[in-house]
Design a protein around this ligand. Structure first.
Ligand code: FES
Length: 110
């Protein structure tokens, strides 16, 4: 069971994640109001997180495409809707509904 450590606007949360599940869903189901404005379709980048340590796995083709299109070349910036929880990971949540003042967006599919 991968352990996810997430730095949020209101403190650090530790999650025992279900292996293979999307990171964005594990974050949301553990009380973190991470944004996911495009519904987990690798289009908006609002679900972006910073990888502090651990292996987030390879980027999906869709993730590579949107990061390239938006000119984001920070290797530690990843899309939580495209990461599967396979390994222990420490991340920083970059955009939350409560601090952005907007709705999180449509919930991504499992
Ligand atoms: S890129 Fe939009 S929710 Fe992940």
């Amino acid at each position: 069971m991968p352990t996810i450590t997430a730095e949020t606007a209101t403190g650090t949360i530790t999650i025992d994640a279900q292996a293979g599940r999307k990171l964005v869903l594990e974050l949301e189901d553990n009380g973190i109001d991470v944004l996911h404005r495009c519904g987990g379709n690798a289009r908006c980048t609002t679900c972006g997180i910073e990888v502090i340590s651990g292996d987030a796995g390879d980027k999906t083709e869709a993730e590579i495409a949107v990061l390239t299109a938006k000119g984001i070349d920070n290797e530690n910036f990843r899309l939580s809707c495209q990461i599967r929880c396979e390994n222990d990971l420490s991340v920083k949540i970059l955009r939350q509904a409560s601090t952005a003042g907007i709705e999180p967006g449509t919930r991504p599919e499992e």
